[in-house]
Ligand binder design. Structure first.
Ligand code: ADE
Length: 245
């Protein structure tokens, strides 16, 4: 999968995209991430990329021409790319969106800055606008990194075991159950005995119950969309009465 990231701050991407799982995915040719400096596409002497908003008001707006020229240059090599703009005004980028994006072969991400981007960028070039949550960042670069990272997990071969992404929090609509590893006791806090029992059916039941409990306590909104069977519903009813007590 090919990501072309358009940004005024390419140095910000050092690290998050050059370490660990993402680095390995790049080395193995599963991911190709290229950074493009939008400022290089400004044509005036001072390489201006922003200007005051028409109609007045605070802040600066990213100009349309350098972004347009940058997109068009990238599109010569990536003619089928889906173009995404990072913005707090976008659709929520969640696990479903990451899974969907992982189906694409070519993606261009425009990192917004300042007060925003000239609306004609959206009108003429952008296929999707994404926000990583109801929080305003200083710019779209961190959002772009989050999007690349979350999407990469759904590219076959990026994660160690093929089922990893499927097992994770959100993939089955619930938050994940708690994990433990050695030692069995740490400062008086012990691992739940069922996990040491070797009884796989009991372990699976305990994990499901804990996932339901965690979701009920932390993100009850997720339960409305989760796929639940009759055991889950009974378990939830018990947990609800326990929590209310
Ligand atoms: N730029 C600023 N805030 C953002 C957010 N929450 N998501 C995506 N891009 C952003």
């Amino acid at each position: 999968m090919k990501f072309d990231i358009l940004t005024l701050f390419p140095a910000m991407f050092e690290g998050p995209l050059t370490e660990s799982i993402i680095r390995r995915a790049v080395e193995r040719g599963l991911l190709d991430i290229r950074l493009h400096q939008i400022r290089d596409f400004a044509t005036d002497r001072h390489k201006v990329v922003d200007d005051a908003p028409y109609g007045g008001g605070d802040g600066m707006v990213m100009k349309v021409e350098p972004i347009a020229a940058c997109i068009e240059a990238v599109k010569v090599e990536r003619p089928h790319a889906r173009v995404i703009l990072t913005t707090p005004r976008g659709r929520l980028f969640d696990d479903a969106a990451a899974r969907e994006l992982a189906q694409e072969d070519e993606v261009i991400v425009i990192c917004g800055r300042y007060e925003g981007v000239d609306e004609r960028v959206r009108e003429l070039f952008v296929d999707d606008e994404f926000s990583i949550g109801d929080v305003v960042l200083t710019g779209g670069e961190l959002a772009a990194m989050v999007m690349v990272d979350a999407t990469a997990r759904f590219i076959p071969g990026v994660l160690g075991s093929p089922g990893s992404a499927e097992m994770d929090t959100f993939s089955n609509g619930l938050l994940e159950y708690p994990h433990y590893t050695r030692p069995a006791e740490f400062r008086g806090s012990t691992v739940p005995p069922v996990l040491l029992s070797g009884n796989h059916a009991e372990v699976a039941r305990w994990r499901r119950r804990k996932a339901l409990e965690k979701t009920l306590r932390t993100r009850p909104d997720l339960l409305e969309r989760a796929v639940l069977n009759s055991n889950d519903r009974q378990c939830l009813a018990e947990l609800e009465s326990e929590i209310c007590r």
